[in-house]
Design a protein around this ligand. Structure first.
Ligand code: HEC
Length: 194
């Protein structure tokens, strides 16, 4: 066989390997091979057919490995917001100094026009949504005379306190003080809401 024939065989082997896993892979494999064909030509001209073929196989292998499908991801279900008893305690203290006048000691008995922060209507409005919605609103609007005055930590803790008053039990996993993370955590009712 002359070197032109060797080269032809290698080209054929490459495109064959490349097409083994479909058009896309054939394209990529072929492209990889094309990039290295001049190198294989040189090797072939020197009579190193085996080396040329090995190189081509290696390139086709890389092309296939690169296009191998990634493992299927399970459909994402939004995780549930959890918070600790310590967060509820801190939240209660913050609430008592910053929010209690308008929203009341029982969260539904405020004196200065604050709407109830517990009960069916409240849960209807804020549950089954990302916790960042309620926490974001609270941070952006409360207290009305100084919205955003508290740290995000404090808002998260106050909301933990509010949620515990809506029947969500504390757990051993703290709520994160990070709006992006909160956006991935839904507020959900426990089986029995008070
Ligand atoms: C000066 C009175 C006042 C204070 C203090 C106050 N709020 Fe409010 N709050 C209101 C009023 C009035 C509304 C209704 C306004 C609205 O929905 O835009 C409200 C609405 C809310 C809501 C939304 C309720 C709903 O179901 O729509 C939340 C949550 C809330 N406040 C939390 C807080 C927290 C937490 C604090 C303390 C950091 C606080 N508020 C302090 C008056 C107050």
């Amino acid at each position: 066989m002359n070197s032109r024939a060797h080269s032809h065989n290698i080209k054929w082997a490459c495109s064959c390997l490349g097409s083994a896993r479909g058009v896309l892979i054939a394209f990529r494999g072929g492209r990889f091979c094309a990039e290295f064909l001049s190198l294989t030509d040189i090797l072939v001209k020197r009579g190193h057919l085996i080396a040329g073929l090995t190189l081509c196989l290696a390139i086709a292998g890389i092309a296939i490995a690169q296009t191998a499908p990634s493992p299927a991801l399970a459909p994402e279900k939004a995780a549930r917001l959890t918070f600790t008893a310590a967060q509820v305690e801190n939240g209660k203290a913050e609430y008592s100094s910053r929010c209690i006048d308008c929203h009341g000691a029982n969260l539904n008995d405020g004196e200065f026009g604050g709407p109830p922060l517990k009960g069916e209507a409240f849960r209807e409005k804020w549950f089954d949504q990302p916790s960042s919605t309620l926490i974001g609103f609270t941070q952006a609007a409360m207290p009305p005379d100084a919205p955003g005055r508290l740290s995000l930590d404090a808002y998260v803790e106050i909301v933990a306190y509010i949620l515990s008053n809506n029947g969500v039990a504390a757990s051993d996993r703290p709520a994160p003080a990070n709006m992006d993370a909160l956006g991935a955590l839904n507020i959900e009712a426990d089986a029995v809401a008070r």
